[in-house]
Design a binder for this molecule. Structure first.
Ligand code: AMP
Ligand code: MG
Length: 497
């Protein structure tokens, strides 16, 4: 729940604690961030995220703000650490991962007693950096920062991004780029892989300590239950299923759904080579390095289940196998219910009918066959005229390569709308509240990145503001709702960030 607050803190009066640092030392490595060698500068900051920790947005302009969130200072109560975890990467178990370039600075507390992890990504090497340099580049931090805002605008559970701090430090990737840091916020950054590591190391006492901690902090209503670990698992199943259904409905692919990138709270976590689809393609692969399409768009629901089965296995020392299995079995129906509900709303149905599933599937088939733009067609569908005068729907019809097939679908759609006495005007309003007009298309992010690399941050601000209200027509922003120009189609995004 988000509380409105009157408290306005400064950089100096933020209140920090770090309950994770109170867990056994085996859970993390304590260390301070490594600041850039050149002065940090604020690229952008998020007033809504600041409000969650009662930070006055006027603070953004102070050099102390960029210093603190560029890893150049610490506040009292912060106990910075890199979290340890492992995980299944592309289906293969990697025995040790951990925050290789992120540092949990501490938990900011607000006067309602809420705690927000402040996690500094790009804050320098840690004992878990392996071959990495501990840095993040401006390009990838902009992508993370903007997509957090986009997800927030779409009401899809996500980590939040508080601010983006840039530098002139050189960072070596495929090309020379500049280093940047993004501060993300979440009630917890614990991942499925945080549990897996203690299971595979046979450190069941640590496994229990972690589960007890997570339940006490984030699922307190389960504390008194007889089978709290199985209950906890069931809630993770529930949240994960709901989250992935929301990704599917909005046409978004994560790109690297390794178990170390799966949030125990069901948040979208670790933005890398993600993508919003332009043309609808069920097999859309947004991650250039994903050669076999393991994390293709239409695989995400199965991968969610696969990842949850890894978590279930890690919890075997704590809960009955049958109870975990029962939790896992709720995934598919939960996912389908959530997905169907969201897709029904996207088609403008107020009621549930047995034929909806097929109507939805056939519509997606039409989009696929026509390479039609997912976001644009759903948005335009709200203008559909249910009267029999077909001419009203000509514009919509133009998106489809085979108009006869579209017409045949329209007959069924119109009949379906009539069954529930759907009113065109009312339905249009409803549909415009669930079919976004603006999404963070890859080419839009790319434009902001290229400008920022020339030290012009204006496009980041423009997109940030736009994406906070993706369902509302915004004057002067019509171009941002258009399909990508030719150069911006099928941009290649890889893990290298
Ligand atoms: P990701 O693909 O971003 O989820 O990262 C997978 C693992 O690699 C995590 O343990 C990251 O912390 C680590 N990692 C990614 N990039 C770097 C980097 N530049 N330096 C150090 N560790 C990294
Ligand atoms: Mg990760």
């Amino acid at each position: 729940m988000v509380h409105k607050t009157m408290t306005q803190r400064t950089v100096e009066t933020l209140v920090f604690d770090n309950t994770y640092a109170r867990l056994p030392q085996a859970f993390y490595a304590r260390l301070n961030p490594t600041p850039f060698s050149t002065p940090p500068h604020l690229v952008h900051a998020n007033p809504a995220a600041a409000e969650l920790i009662e930070l006055d947005p006027e603070q953004f302009a102070r050099p102390e703000f960029a210093t603190l969130f560029g890893g150049g200072a610490l506040s009292p109560g912060m106990e910075p650490l890199a979290m340890l975890y492992s995980g299944h990467q592309f289906g293969v178990y990697v025995p040790q991962l951990g925050d290789g370039r992120a540092i949990l600075l501490g938990e900011a507390r607000n006067e309602h007693g809420e705690r927000w992890d402040l996690h500094l990504k790009g804050g320098g090497m840690t004992p878990f950096s392996r071959d990495g340099d501990g840095r993040a580049v401006l390009r990838s931090t902009i992508r993370e920062y903007l997509c957090c805002a986009a997800m927030q605008g779409l009401s899809i559970p996500t980590t939040q991004a508080l601010c983006l701090v840039g530098s002139d430090d050189k960072v070596y990737r495929e090309q020379i780029e500049t280093g940047a840091m993004v501060v993300r916020m979440a009630p917890s950054h614990v991942r499925f892989g945080s549990f897996e590591i203690f299971y595979y190391r046979k450190q069941h006492d640590h496994l229990k300590t972690l589960a007890d901690y997570v339940i006490q902090q984030h699922f307190p209503h389960l504390c008194e239950g007889s089978d709290k670990y199985a209950g906890f698992f069931s809630e993770v199943v529930e949240r994960t299923a709901a989250l992935i259904a929301q990704w599917q409905a909005v046409g978004w692919a994560h790109g690297v759904m390794n178990t170390d990138n799966m949030s125990i709270l069901g948040l979208t976590l670790d933005y890398g080579p993600y993508g919003f689809m332009d043309d609808y393609d069920a097999g859309f692969i947004c991650n250039h390095s994903d050669h076999n399409g393991r994390y293709a768009f239409n695989q995400q629901p199965y991968i969610g289940l696969w990842n949850l089965s890894c978590l279930a296995q890690a919890l075997l020392p704590l809960a009955e196998k049958d109870a975990l299995k029962a939790g896992l079995d709720t995934y598919q129906p939960r996912f389908e219910r959530e997905y169907l509900q969201r897709m029904r709303a996207k088609l403008g149905f107020a009621e549930e009918k047995p034929e909806d599933d097929e109507l939805i599937r056939d519509f997606l088939g039409l989009l696929q066959g026509s390479h039609a733009d997912y976001t644009i067609v759903f948005r335009e569908l709200s203008t559909f005229s249910s009267s029999s005068d077909g001419a009203m729907n000509d514009r919509l019809r133009e998106h489809f390569l085979n108009p006869d097939r579209f017409d045949a679908w329209v007959v069924r759609y119109r009949d379906r709308l009539r069954i529930e006495h759907s009113h065109d005007g009312e339905r249009c309003d409803r549909m415009n509240r669930v079919n976004p007009k603006y999404v963070l298309r890859n080419y839009l992010a790319q434009t902001a990145i290229e400008k920022a690399q020339r030290k012009d941050f204006s496009e980041i601000g423009r997109l940030f503001t736009l994406l906070q209200n993706p369902f509302t027509d915004q004057p002067g922003m019509e171009d941002y709702a258009l399909p990508p120009p030719n150069w911006g189609k099928h941009l290649s995004v890889s893990c290298s960030s």
